[in-house]
Design a protein around this ligand. Structure first.
Ligand code: FE2
Length: 120
């Protein structure tokens, strides 16, 4: 499982290797640990075209994408790789990843409500 760390400026450090510790000045970010609406934050994962395309929306009910409250990025962890798609306010809280994997994790980061993960 990928690990995520954040510093006071909002920068992230992440790794897919087990046992990686926080760099100096970074704090661990735990997924699904903030008390907020799960249906707006837990990524909804759809394997399309026989799994060749992974469609992700945040969440079951689309999350707001306002400048003061939005999904900063969506990431796919599968097969030892981590692919991050950055988003901006005004965009749809969704993205596509190349598939070809049967299982993995999808992460979403809300600027107000933190990190969320869904296994598939
Ligand atoms: Fe949020």
């Amino acid at each position: 499982m990928a690990v995520f760390f954040k510093d006071a400026n909002g920068n992230f450090f992440t790794s897919v290797k087990a046992g990686v510790g926080a760099p100096e000045g970074f704090e661990p970010v735990e997924a699904n640990s903030v008390d907020a609406a799960r249906e707006k934050h837990v990524p909804a994962v759809d394997l399309e075209r026989d799994g060749h395309i992974i469609h992700v929306q945040v969440g079951e009910v689309a999350h707001p994408m306002e400048p003061e409250h939005y999904i900063e990025w969506i990431a796919l962890e599968a097969d030892g790789r981590l692919e991050v798609h950055a988003l901006k306010p005004g965009q749809t809280p969704a993205t596509f990843f190349a598939g070809g994997v049967k299982s993995g994790r999808v992460y979403a980061y809300c600027n107000l409500h933190g990190l969320w993960v869904k296994e598939f």
